[in-house]
Design a protein around this ligand. Sequence first.
Ligand code: GDP
Length: 196
Amino acid sequence: MSHNPFHGTTFLLGAPGLEHLPADTGREVAFAGRSNVGKSSIINSLAGQRHLVRTSRTPGRTRELNFFEVRPGMRLVDLPGYGFARVSLAQRRAWGELMAGYLAQRQSLVGILTVMDIRHPFKESDQDLLGLLQAGGFRSHVVLNKADKLTRGERNDVLRQARKEPATAGAQVQLFSSVSGDGVDDLRQVVREWLE
Ligand code: GDP
């Protein structure tokens, strides 16, 4: 395998609110998705590290924006998971405000990866986020994770359908599996291009 540019990635900080973000310089790429779709696992796969991001079976655990430094001036951001059924309306509203504020103000944000579970893609909350990204003109890439859970035929069907969704217009869509490693090279390529 070729040299992994994300290998040296380290945890920078967890920001509970917009006033705690690291300095808005350089470039960063953010990962968004419903709770439990495997965002943390994807960031670990990208970095080729098992425990860079804590993964969990408990949905809704991540409430902070977690920043990782690939190298000085290049960051990955794990955004708080959304669409978790058991959170209150007030929590959902707080998440919406945090996200909207982050997207609106962050100069160093160069693109967003929306992660979905390939077995449950394009939930309403995903549609909302993708709509927000389209409206804001953000660079957008969609990752259908847990591809190992479907047969080859099934996952290619979902991929084809996903590419036809209005919500993915202007975005690339790819398959991924943190378990098999499928798609990791493609994803590294995208994130690297965005960060450089
Ligand atoms: P997050 O909440 O989006 O950060 O999700 P996590 O990375 O913590 O993963 C949630 C659960 O899905 C964990 O039990 C992971 O082991 C599992 N998981 C993550 N990625 C994959 C994958 O590609 N395939 C399979 N089968 N399970 C995965």
